[in-house]
Design a protein around this ligand. Structure first.
Ligand code: PEP
Ligand code: MN
Length: 355
């Protein structure tokens, strides 16, 4: 099984599925059998210990679920993965031959816990997947990767499961794709898997979120599945049956990062040169804009006027939204862009004021 798992690390796409939680022996095994029958699944997942937000919720079946998972592996031939958060859980998972461990979002946030898991893994040869922390802090995610790598683990992978945010949004956990993209940039070649289940929190957008991940060159997906999703003891709203999962996977346009076609490369190269050219022009123009801002700063200084003029700032934003709309630039982008440009202007004007 070790070699099989090693090979899976290079398989694209890598598909992991199984219930949010192992609930009963029957549910675990029946889900695994149905998943294996689709022929589209590479690895079985199940939560054995569940870190729940509030006490009194179902906190996982604990160690007694591990033999069920071992049995599911025996029947289907599929390797297994389980979430671990403590040294004891690592020890238990290893003693029941779990093939891959994963660190959950609520553990990645806590360096003490990650270090405890890392110490328990010293000298152990097992792959580890690390979910992003619940808060959008890429350094914590990096820190967890470093702690696990320092313990000597050779196969480390990333799972992007979205970030918790206050208030209601379309998602259960905002994807903030840019953070996962930055993580991928910082860890070239490291396996990156998307967990659309915890990003979505609901079934109707699972497909779209999965497709988005594949469009962004993710290496695989981890999707929760259950033989009777509505009756699941945890995360009922986001789980799907193995049959629905098979349909979802069949509906995805699988993309690859590269192709050998010279025509494709020539066309892409031409367009990329255009982009470089436009980016250069944009920078020139922004630099000119800063020079004008500096002149304004000089006048403000001579007349003892504050840098920030709220009315003017509102006027700039309103203009930008209107213009942006006619140019097909989203309000969200215009806000981010103008925030950045405005802050840079303020920095330039501050320099003038203080000179
Ligand atoms: C899970 O995979 O069921 C889970 C608890 O995920 P997360 O750590 O991403 O919340
Ligand atoms: Mn879950």
């Amino acid at each position: 099984m070790k070699e099989k798992v090693q090979e899976l690390w290079a398989k694209r796409p890598l598909i992991i599925s199984g219930p949010c939680s192992a609930e009963t022996e029957e549910q675990m095994i029946e889900t695994a059998v149905q998943l294996a029958a689709t022929g589209k699944i590479d690895m079985l997942r199940a939560g054995i210990w569940k870190p729940r937000t509030r006490p009194g919720m179902f906190e996982g079946v604990g160690v007694k679920g591990l033999p069920w998972l071992a049995q599911a592996k025996k029947i289907t031939g599929l390797p297994t993965t389980v979430e671990v958060a403590t040294a004891k859980q690592v020890e238990d998972a290893l003693s029941f031959d779990v093939d891959v461990l994963w660190i959950g979002a609520r553990t990645t946030v806590n360096p003490f816990s990650v270090q405890e898991v890392a110490d328990a893994l010293r000298g152990v040869d097992i792959p580890v997947l690390i979910k992003n922390p619940i808060n959008p802090d890429i350094e914590l995610w990096m820190g967890a990767v470093e702690r696990i790598e320092k313990a000597g683990i050779k196969q480390v992978g990333l799972i992007h499961r979205g970030f918790s945010s206050y208030g209601n949004t379309e998602y259960r956990n905002a994807p903030m794709w840019h953070l996962a993209i930055e993580m991928k940039r910082r860890n070239p070649g490291m396996l990156l898997i998307c967990d659309p289940s915890h990003i979505s929190g609901r079934r109707d957008i699972l497909q779209a979120v999965s497709q988005q991940a594949i469009n962004l060159d993710y290496d695989g997906l981890m999707i929760e599945s259950h033989i009777d999703p509505d009756a699941a003891w945890s995360d009922a709203k986001q789980q799907i049956t193995p049959a629905v999962l098979a349909d979802l996977l069949a509906g995805i346009e699988w993309r690859k990062e590269d192709t050998n076609s010279p025509e494709f490369h020539a066309a892409l190269e031409k367009l990329r040169q255009q982009i470089n050219h436009l980016d250069d022009e944009l920078m020139q123009i922004i630099s000119q804009r800063m020079k004008v801002a500096e002149q304004i700063g000089q006048y403000k200084k001579e007349n003892n006027i504050t840098i920030l003029q709220t009315n003017r700032w509102n006027e700039i934003l309103e203009r930008a939204y209107q213009k942006g709309e006619s140019l097909k630039l989203s309000r969200e982008f215009m806000t981010k862009y103008y925030d950045a440009v405005h802050m840079e202007s303020i920095t330039h004007q501050n320099k003038i004021m203080n000179s």
